[in-house]
Ligand binder design. Structure first.
Ligand SMILES: [Zn+2]
Ligand SMILES: [Zn+2]
Length: 288
């Protein structure tokens, strides 16, 4: 494999219905001259939408792989395919904080390799309120940072018990109209208003997907020192940076483990943050 030309000037297909090409296309074009085209097939919403439950990274990676596999079957002419997947999950140390993880998977059918770009961030505040009138809803919108952040309205039909849903309200007037439309049917006169987490309606998420795309470019540029195939990436983070007072291992990062997905060659990169010892403040012995 000639690593300098593996990705140069190829055409790539991105599966998205939510405008993600705006942030994934430019870095790929700049780094490799890749021309990104989009497709709305397969319908990525069939692979699940946000539920707010705990999601393990394995599930998310498995989901994005399924999207890419489905795209490979639907578009047999494409040999470079991309899909992305976002997940929200509670912070491991403090369950009241929500985290967001964005993954972008690139699959190269010609060279049979995959590269994964990631970005993990504290999720923006995800709000949900109950409103009883259109005026009530309008008064709450600034706190939602509407319209930069979209909202979803939902109510339960008081006759049928069915879920009534309104998405894609572009303006204050549209929200007002949608609430007025729902209220006569809404059980207990209640409408739930919550943040729309889809990428095109959430500018924070779009920024995080841009970060994942930048990471993807770095992964595509990093080649295995043994076989030269691109996609050489961190597969494990090893904690244990020693305390600079007592020398005990702390929970801070000691090394990044890199593994080649093609030939399994491994490389351990010690002190990736440029520090050989940890501040005693992060030591369980010195600062229990
Ligand atoms: Zn290798
Ligand atoms: Zn210590």
């Amino acid at each position: 494999v000639d690593t300098s030309t593996v990705f140069q000037h190829r055409k790539a297909l991105l599966v998205t219905r939510h405008g993600k090409e705006q942030v994934i296309g430019p870095p790929l074009r700049e780094a490799f001259g890749i021309e990104l085209v989009t497709t709305d097939q397969p319908d990525t919403d069939l692979f699940g939408t946000f539920s707010g439950e705990v999601e393990r990274p394995g599930d998310q990676l498995a989901t994005v792989r399924l999207k890419v596999e489905a795209a490979c079957s639907a578009h047999t002419g494409a040999d470079l395919l991309l899909a992305s997947e976002g997940a929200f999950f509670p912070h491991p140390d403090s369950p009241f904080l929500m985290m967001n993880r964005e993954l972008i998977l690139l699959k190269d059918q010609v060279h049979q390799l995959e590269c994964i770009g990631r970005s993990v961030n504290l999720a923006p505040g995800i709000m949900r309120v109950t409103v009883h009138s259109a005026a009530d809803a309008l008064a709450q919108l600034p706190a939602f940072r509407f319209p930069a952040f979209g909202i979803i309205l939902r109510a339960t039909d008081r006759h049928t018990g069915r879920l009534l849903l309104r998405k894609d309200c572009p303006s204050f007037a549209a929200v007002e109209a949608a609430v007025n439309e729902l209220l006569p049917f809404a059980a207990d006169g209640k409408v739930e208003m919550e943040h729309d987490l889809r990428a095109h309606r959430n500018s924070d998420r779009m920024g995080f997907i841009a970060d994942a795309a930048a990471h993807l470019v770095r992964v595509m540029q990093r080649c295995c020192p043994a076989c030269g195939v691109p996609g050489f990436d961190v597969t494990d983070i090893l904690p244990g940076l020693p305390c600079n007072w007592c020398g005990s291992p702390t929970r801070l990062v000691l090394a990044y483990q890199y593994t080649c997905t093609k030939c399994n060659a491994a490389h351990t990169d010690y002190f990736p943050n440029g520090k050989q010892t940890a501040d005693p403040g992060s030591c369980d012995h010195c600062n229990p």
